[in-house]
Design a protein around this ligand. Sequence first.
Ligand code: ADP
Length: 361
Amino acid sequence: MSQLRLDDVSKVFTDDDGNDVVAVDDVSVDIGDGEFLVLVGPSGCGKSTTLRMIAGLERITGGEISLGGRTLNEVPTQERDIAMVFQSYALYPHMTVRGNMSFGLEESTDLSDAEIQELVEETAGMMGIGDLLDRKPAELSGGQQQRVALGRAIVRDPEVFLMDEPLSNLDAKLRSQMRTELQRLQARLGVTTVYVTHDQTEAMTMGDRIAVMNDGELQQAGTPLELYHEPVNRFVAEFIGEPSMNFLHGEFDGSAFHAGPVAYPFDDSVAGAVGDADDVVLGIRPEDVDLLDAGETGMNPEHEFEMQVTVVEPMGDENVVHLEFPHAGGEADDLLATTGGMRTFVAGSAVTVHVPTDAIH
Ligand code: ADP
């Protein structure tokens, strides 16, 4: 079994001035056997440090990392049965693709040279680089180098793959193609994988589960849909989803939410729970901001308001529509709405907006 566990794992660096920098702060997460976990968060939040501690490239300051029940804390990198793929690919420039892929296998396995060559050729075939085995990295495109780096990890048949932004040097088209390919490959190989990225789209589309980090701390771990529909805090709500969730700041008077010209009544179950509060933030996903056609009224006029279109961004299959409350004097936040790409909205025109209660966070 290759269940990977992090229990209260921390890393404290000491900077050049002798001050402590807490890069990873008591992170606990279980990665099931064969699971694809994406570790996501903004730059500097501690993702790479977490990955490097799992790999054994960085000493753990506190907590425990275990694989299949065995503590890894003191196990040297080369004995961890973990293969890492870096953003930079880290290929040996003077070696051929064949050399890069077979390097180290002689020492780490009991396989004969012939068996190693067979394994390398089979893996290269699987990665679509079978005809590149005698080239050097400088003679390959970025995408091909990336496949070699992945092939080198796969050929070792490790218990765990660790990947640190492995697709970020590829152009957009190749990146989305490799995303799918990598996912399919991981599912087929069934190797427990931790994949680091700062890109929420990559996280949402690739992970069985996603762990969101901020400031060294784990914010939430869950399936993409759990994070999207039940974010535990503002950070996760804003980070997951593109375009980001709208936040409407205002106050509650016990029965309705008020922000500038907006008065949005809630039924007793919500209103009773919130009571009177002068610092309330409603979260609304852009796709839950319904824009009504002229003359159309929704089911509940209490939950509709007049807004003005400021900018329309046509994205092909959808429009991103920027909206403001006219005459709000900056007292009500602007909103973003996404609509079907066939609908037309004109900047400067008025539109009736409907937000259903059950879509409000
Ligand atoms: P991410 O991968 O999410 O961008 P990192 O794990 O690289 O974040 O870094 C987390 C924090 O730890 C950052 O504040 C970074 O500056 C700090 N850090 C990383 N490595 C070192 C180091 N060797 N010495 C001191 N601080 C470090």
